[in-house]
Write a protein that binds this ligand. Structure first.
Ligand SMILES: [Zn+2]
Length: 355
């Protein structure tokens, strides 16, 4: 997920307009001054519900990162952008799990701050990719050529195609399961099918009672827009049940803070409630007035009809989860739209065959 990305920059808008502009537009919009009015004043932006204290991540000091143990020699590290990575110190070197570019060189600084006092080696020998998204592994290139990079087979296929020097292709790949043993430690990697991305993996630390799965459950937050801009919604919906089958106390989600089993269950409940509400909306919102209002304009009919479905789906869910999950009033409508479309098009809910 790319929560730090800006939607449409002034530059890309200008580029788009440059491609499509009619000549007369140039006389209407003087160069350089045309788009200043696009940026709203902060006082014009909408209000949202306050963030519950339990949903907040740790305070970030002047060093720019926060690092703390999860259990014994397994640590987590986060930054002001709210990205989360993890690392395991061993007698033979460090195993790093994800390398968010927002942390970049702070990853090694965080590792040094832990390993140097303990006398354990600080060199990263292995780097595990949770999935191919650049916002979680884009600092991989900083660790040079001598690191063993591990990921899913699909991660290798996608990264080979992208040819991004920030994200070197994994050296070791697996299809279903891989047991990583380094310096007397054990980590179990598993693939349970596509969900957030086609290559998202579960990373289980059996001796640390921790489970890492990135960009699916954001502890004590609703998902980011469009269900964390996920690729496989059917797979995504099934993930909490799969996660809860693992033995763990700490959930490493890739964002904001560490989570608990209860927070994974709460995410599952939010998704169940969103699904039930979407089904009720599909069952009860009548398409007729939209078709009557915009005869012949198929997009106007579907736009307004789906806007009504989203509003009907989101309203009770926002009411139930405001104060329970942060951002419920911010992204539930976006999440509702994606879930409604998955229900209709993938699950076939509400679709009848003409006799
Ligand atoms: Zn992602």
């Amino acid at each position: 997920m790319t929560s730090s990305d800006k939607p449409i920059s002034g530059t890309s808008r200008r580029a788009l307009l440059a491609m499509t502009a009619i000549p007369a537009l140039g006389t209407l919009l003087p160069a350089g001054a045309a788009f200043a009015a696009d940026t709203p004043a902060s006082s014009d932006l909408p209000d949202f519900a306050p963030i519950p204290p339990f949903a907040k991540g740790p305070a970030i000091g002047p060093e720019g990162y926060y690092v703390a143990p999860i259990r014994r020699n397994l640590y987590w590290v986060t930054d002001a952008a709210g990205y989360v990575a993890a690392f395991l110190t061993t007698r033979d070197g460090v195993v790093l799990f994800d390398a968010p570019p927002s942390m970049g060189g702070n990853l090694q600084r965080a590792i040094d701050s832990v390993t140097l006092p303990s006398g354990r080696p600080n060199r990263v020998t292995h780097l595990v990719y949770s999935h191919f998204h650049v916002d979680h592994i884009g600092a991989s290139g900083l660790f040079g050529k001598d690191v063993v990079r591990i990921g899913h087979t699909e991660t290798r296929r996608v990264l080979r195609g992208l040819k991004d020097p920030r994200r070197p292709v994994p050296d070791v790949v697996f299809d279903d399961r891989y047991v990583l043993r380094v310096g007397g430690e054990r980590v179990d990697l598993a693939y349970h099918g596509p969900n957030h991305t086609i290559d998202s993996i579960f990373v289980h630390f059996p001796h640390h009672r921790a489970l890492m799965l990135v960009d699916v459950v954001i502890p004590s937050w609703v998902p980011f827009a469009a269900l964390n801009v996920s690729q496989d919604i059917l797979g995504l919906v099934g993930v909490p049940a799969t996660a809860l089958d693992y033995s763990f106390d700490t959930f490493i989600a890739g964002h904001v803070k560490l989570g608990s089993r209860r927070e994974v269950s709460l995410h599952q409940q939010y998704m169940d409630d969103l699904t039930a509400s979407a089904q009720h909306a599909i069952d009860t919102v009548d398409r007729t007035p939209f078709a009557q209002r915009y005869p012949g304009n198929q997009w106007a009919v579907t736009k307004t009809y789906f806007d009504a479905l989203v509003a009907a789906t989101a309203a009770p869910v926002v009411a139930k989860y405001t104060g329970v999950l942060a951002g419920a009033d911010v992204y539930t409508d976006s999440n509702a739209f994606v879930l409604i479309e998955s229900l209709r098009l993938e699950s076939g809910y509400g679709l009848s065959v003409h006799p």
